[in-house]
Design a protein around this ligand. Structure first.
Ligand code: GDP
Length: 196
């Protein structure tokens, strides 16, 4: 998709605040600092619509970005950061669960993991959870430019093994916002899932 027009439509914490125009939605999840803003900016060919997070974990709202009147990207606040209270974590968990389990227009989730490391416990929990709710997932391994091309297969195998990756419901892509590697693959997956 050639993107020219993107707007932050709404920040929401509860269903009454979600957009009501019934466009398909693709949610993005991952721990803080994994490269979620950078991926989003790469997909929409902009330098700074989604600011890269200066304060990891501070954004506690679902942010809906309308792309070309065709779909919404839903930026889900990052998980797995230390500095929030138990109460905030619970609130976060409820907000995410409500959105992911009840949103009829949700077509799939892009789950970001760091290409350089084995998935964290939080990554594994999130992936299992998405499987349980039967939500199509694209696992995107970010910062692929930081590992040699010859090591990509090994990195992919490690991530898939640790996640107990299910190829029936999930896809996988290596990705770099530096080199744009994987950008076309990610867009193809999105387009296939929004019926474009
Ligand atoms: P977010 O917290 O998940 O939104 O992560 P950001 O997009 O803000 O990225 C966190 C940090 O990782 C920033 O310093 C980015 O410049 C860096 N980063 C993100 N994606 C990549 C990538 O593909 N390659 C490299 N080398 N650095 C990246």
């Amino acid at each position: 998709m050639d993107v020219h027009n993107v707007a932050l439509t709404i920040s929401a914490v509860r269903p009454a605040q979600y957009p009501s125009d019934a466009l398909p939605e693709i949610a993005l999840v991952g721990r803080s600092n994994v490269g979620k803003s950078s991926l989003t900016n790469t997909l929409i060919q902009r330098k700074a619509y989604a600011r890269t997070s200066a304060q990891p974990g501070k954004t506690q709202t679902l942010n809906f970005y309308k792309v070309e009147d065709a779909l919404y990207f839903v930026d889900v606040p990052g998980y797995g950061y230390a500095k929030v209270s138990q109460r905030e974590r619970e609130k976060w968990g409820q907000m995410i669960e409500t959105y992911l389990t009840q949103r009829e227009t949700l077509r799939g989730v892009i789950q970001l993991v760091d290409a350089r490391h084995a998935p964290s416990e939080d990554d594994i929990t999130m992936y299992n959870w998405l499987q349980y709710f039967d939500i199509p997932v694209l696992v995107v391994a970010t910062k692929a430019d930081k590992i040699a091309r010859g090591k990509w297969n090994q990195a992919e195998a490690l991530i898939k093994r640790e996640l107990e990756f299910n190829p029936g419901s999930s896809s996988f892509s290596m990705f770099s916002s530096m080199t744009k590697a994987g950008k076309d693959q990610v867009w193809q997956w999105i387009e296939a899932h929004i019926g474009a």
